[in-house]
Design a protein around this ligand. Structure first.
Ligand code: ATP
Length: 433
């Protein structure tokens, strides 16, 4: 049973994962700020992606390209002409909607009236601004709507400097912007968001094989990080859903409280982008194969995930409520690598010698883990708070610690407690992380 949507929104706000942006000014719709716990969780999700996509592989390198690029990039990529959604307006209540996302395309979901929509028009999703002090059309630039094009335009730079041979990939994490017609469902669809994208360049005849490889590798990434198998599925795009550049696309979908929805798209982009940029720029972006003496445009498999959307899904998936000894317990069963706080260090009371020992214990492990020292409230309440934010281990310093130099380590999931020597703590934790 997926967790109720409002429960996670409330928990996010109450515990400091996600806040509405500009809240003190009444809030800016569809923009969110990540609080002390949210920023750690988001960073951990991105870190795990980078680890598996770049650091653990010899055939993928990283890139961080600019958000503002030459407008020609977006001409060539097809975004200026066709990165749009069908917009309709209800003539009764004047609300605007994205036609392809409406449950019933003839009925307004706000006022309920039928056949009140205007003719659909293509609404381009790119944010426009001007570069420099003059806001004329010649100075018009766009905020990137995806990170992918920054990779394609650097294909030759990266190939030359990294000396990689096909097949190889270029990965990037960063902000993207889309002027969505109907943002919503919390951080699921926002106008400013973060993406984790990789373009994997290969020989055209090997593209199907790599497509299948990445479908499985990407599905496995979510499962390895603890997402429940029943919350995840792969869905193939129908031919009328395919983007202008794609020969085939699968979505990795998560079972959100409102139903199945996209976390990541894995597309076979063929040679569309490199060919388009070669044409627009006049630069030869073909790959030269020294062994066969051939020049050709590589084909591209793209796993494109949303960092912010995926972070939300991990939160939803980790949430659980259970009853222990007649009391309700809320636990975020986040993977240890994702948890915003990995170890909480808790003195039983605020007594100065306990607090001093707490500092010593914290210093012993702070270099290796995200830790938090919490000295307020009863120990029971502090455990409950740590469970609720997903902290895998709590280390408690009590009065006996002063004599025997031992601490109690409590496991979030089993609630089992081990008494161990302070000196042995780093080894004990290392075994478990
Ligand atoms: P949708 O159909 O939901 O509008 P899309 O198919 O256009 O999304 P892609 O262009 O494939 O999305 O982008 C790759 C990933 O980036 C998506 O799977 C999603 O995780 C993330 N993403 C895209 N748009 C948004 C958004 N407005 N807010 C948050 N994440 C987004």
């Amino acid at each position: 049973m997926p967790v109720d949507f409002d429960t996670i929104v409330n928990l996010s706000k109450k515990r400091g994962f996600v806040f509405q942006s500009s809240e003190i000014y009444g809030g800016l719709r569809s923009a969110y700020d990540y609080g002390p716990l949210g920023v750690e969780l988001l960073r951990n999700v991105k870190e795990q992606w980078w680890q598996s996509m770049v650091r653990m592989r010899d055939d993928v390198v990283g890139l961080d390209s600019a958000i503002i690029q030459s407008p020609q990039v977006w001409e060539a990529s097809g975004h200026v002409s066709s990165f749009s959604d069908p917009l309709v307006e209800c003539t009764n209540c004047n609300t605007r909607h994205r036609l392809d996302k409406l449950e019933d395309p003839s009925q307004c979901p706000v006022c309920g009236k039928r056949d009140t929509f205007t003719e659909a028009k293509d609404f381009n999703l790119m944010f426009e601004t001007h570069m420099g002090p003059v806001d004329t059309d010649e100075n018009k630039v766009y905020l990137r709507p995806e990170t992918a094009q920054g990779i394609f335009i650097n294909f030759e730079n990266v190939r030359r400097t990294s000396r990689l041979k096909l097949p190889f990939g270029i990965a990037q994490i960063g902000k993207s912007f889309r002027n969505e017609i109907t943002p919503g469902q919390f951080v699921f669809r926002t106008r400013e968001f973060e993406q984790m994208e990789m373009e994997f360049f290969c020989r055209p005849e090997e593209s199907q094989q790599w497509f299948e490889y990445w479908l499985e590798a990407r599905r496995q990434w979510y499962l390895d990080l603890g997402m429940k198998p029943e919350s995840l599925r792969l869905r193939e795009h129908e031919s009328d859903e395919l983007s202008h550049y794609s020969a085939a696309t699968y979505d990795v979908e998560y079972h959100f409280p409102w139903g199945w929805d996209e976390l990541e798209g894995i597309a076979n982009r063929t040679d569309f982008d490199l060919r388009a940029h070669a044409e627009e720029s006049g630069k030869d972006l073909r790959y030269y194969d020294q062994e066969t003496n051939e020049r050709f445009f590589p084909h591209v498999i793209e796993p494109a995930a949303g960092a912010t959307r995926t972070t939300f899904a991990f939160l939803l998936d980790a949430y659980s409520e259970e009853t222990v000894d007649g009391e309700e317990r809320i636990v975020l069963r986040l993977d240890k690598r994702l948890a915003p706080i990995q170890v909480a260090v808790l003195p039983l009371s605020k007594k100065p010698d306990l607090v001093e020992t707490t500092q010593k214990v914290a210093d012993l492990i702070r270099e290796d883990y995200d830790i938090e020292i919490d000295v307020t409230q009863s120990i029971g309440r502090r455990y409950r708070r740590q469970d609720e934010i997903g902290t895998p281990y709590c280390v408690t310093i009590d009065f006996d610690t002063l004599d025997d130099q031992q601490v109690t380590v409590r496991d979030r999931d089993t609630m089992a407690q081990d008494r161990i020597a302070i000196d042995a703590l780093p080894g004990y934790l290392a075994e478990r992380f």
